[in-house]
Design a protein around this ligand. Structure first.
Ligand SMILES: Nc1ncnc2c1ncn2[C@@H]1O[C@H](COP(=O)(O)OP(=O)(O)OP(=O)(O)O)[C@@H](O)[C@H]1O
Ligand SMILES: [Mg+2]
Length: 405
């Protein structure tokens, strides 16, 4: 980790180069403080109290690692009072992760919460992540790479994957498409699991998320790019950022359309592309997301009940005045063996298919392994069809940007 001696900073010194980063540990219990200092390596300075750091701040980016004794409400209140500055990023290493501690910490401006028992590497990674946000040159209103997707105004493109039929393949398509986009895009790509009750994106990608949409919603009033970014999980193999669905179906009730749309609006400020997986029914959350999206991929399985439901879904979207240019029909399991004629389906739905995804046994295999098929079987027909779909979305995106100049 790039750290330098915090003792070197004095208030009269000019601020060093932006990439230099100081790391401080605050912990009242000396043995725990020393243990944390030792784990984080040389160049880390320990302090007993939050207030002791304040006179040492001089504009150089500092990541402050709070030890377990700082989980107390009065200490976190002091963090909020003293360390809410653009040159300071705060991480809490707690004894254990409870919802109360997490909420209190995030409300006090803490960017990430980890456990003391956890891997030191996780703490180091959190320091680097928070430090990178502080040290990066600040373009316009954000600390993050400027996104290049969306409607040409610097905001990322938003693609919602929807179907009015359960099990039609929304989640596998959303997951694999997002992985392909993440590997191609200049800026970050985020997959949001908006199937709030039964979302399975994290399982499909074998992620063990520390945070979910619930944490973003709990902090909705103060949600900014860096707080939201700290709540995202990372799919290491592709770099895709993921905002998983709540771990308990009961939490779905607490999440409304306005909150979900706000989350997406904040995400698109620093992501090139935001892909959203949804449940198989219309509700206000889905309608809000459809409205906020640049593309809506309507997934239809190749059987009569699927086509019937998608036809009803299309009629509903038309009634709601959804611009038809946003809609892209994705025919899943579209091979000759299913005995349904693609042209006939297109005529029934009065929409031309934008993508034909074949049926392939590698899909359930990859779901069960927790590895997206674009990685486990990159040469398969299904992987090729997802890459072709990503090409179409990128072309549409480039076209919009060209037109807007
Ligand atoms: N092209 C395909 N070939 C083979 N199997 C597929 C294909 N697409 C999806 N499946 C299988 O169908 C099942 C349902 O897929 P998926 O979970 O993506 O659907 P969904 O629309 O998200 O479902 P839900 O409405 O329950 O969220 C999965 O087990 C997946 O493996
Ligand atoms: Mg699903």
């Amino acid at each position: 980790m790039a750290a330098f001696d915090f003792n070197e900073i004095t208030p009269n010194e000019p601020a060093p180069a932006p990439m230099q980063l100081a790391v401080a540990v605050v912990e009242a219990v000396p043995a725990v403080r020393m243990d944390l200092e030792e784990r984080l390596g040389p160049g880390v300075t320990g302090f007993e109290r939050v207030e002791d750091i304040v006179p040492r701040l001089n504009g150089t980016p500092v990541v402050v690692v709070l030890g377990p004794s700082c989980s107390e409400p009065e200490v976190l209140a002091s963090v909020d009072r003293n360390l809410a500055r653009s040159d300071v990023g705060v991480i809490l290493v707690a004894d254990e992760l409870s919802t109360t501690v997490l909420q209190l910490a995030l409300r006090s401006g803490v960017k990430d919460v980890l456990t003391l028992q956890g891997d030191t590497l996780q703490i180091v990674e959190a320091i680097e992540r928070v430090g990178a946000g502080l040290a990066a040159p600040v373009p316009a209103a954000t600390n993050h790479p400027v996104a290049t997707g969306g409607d040409g105004d610097g905001l990322g493109r938003v693609t919602t994957v929807f179907s009015t039929k359960g099990g039609s393949g929304k989640s596998v398509i959303a997951t694999n498409l997002a992985v392909v986009l993440a590997e191609r895009a200049d800026g970050p790509v985020c997959l949001v699991d908006a199937d709030l009750q039964f979302g399975d994106v994290a399982v499909m990608m074998k992620l063990a998320p520390s945070h979910t949409i619930v944490d973003a919603v709990t902090n909705i009033e103060r949600l900014d790019t860096s707080l939201l970014e700290s709540l995202l999980s990372t799919h290491e193999a592709s770099g895709l950022r993921v905002l998983p669905a709540p771990l308990e179906p009961a939490f779905a009730d607490q999440i409304g359309a306005a909150e979900m749309v706000k989350i997406v609006e904040v995400l698109r400020r620093f992501c090139s592309h935001v892909v959203i997986d949804t449940p198989a029914y219309f509700n206000d959350v889905v309608l809000g997301l459809v409205e906020a999206s640049d593309d809506v991929l309507l997934v239809a399985g190749m059987d009569i009940p699927n086509i019937k439901n998608v036809k009803i879904g299309l009629q509903t979207l038309r009634l709601l005045n959804t611009p038809m240019e946003k809609l892209r029909l994705i025919l899943n399991r579209a091979n000759s063996k299913v005995k349904l004629d693609i042209g006939g389906v297109e005529r029934t739905l009065q929409v031309t298919a934008d993508a034909l995804i074949p049926s392939d046994v590698v899909v359930p295999q990859s779901v069960n392994k927790g590895v997206p098929f674009v990685h486990s079987h990159p040469k398969s027909g299904v992987a090729k069809s997802i890459r072709a779909l990503a090409d179409r979305l990128s072309e549409a995106d480039a076209e919009v940007r060209r037109r807007r100049g």
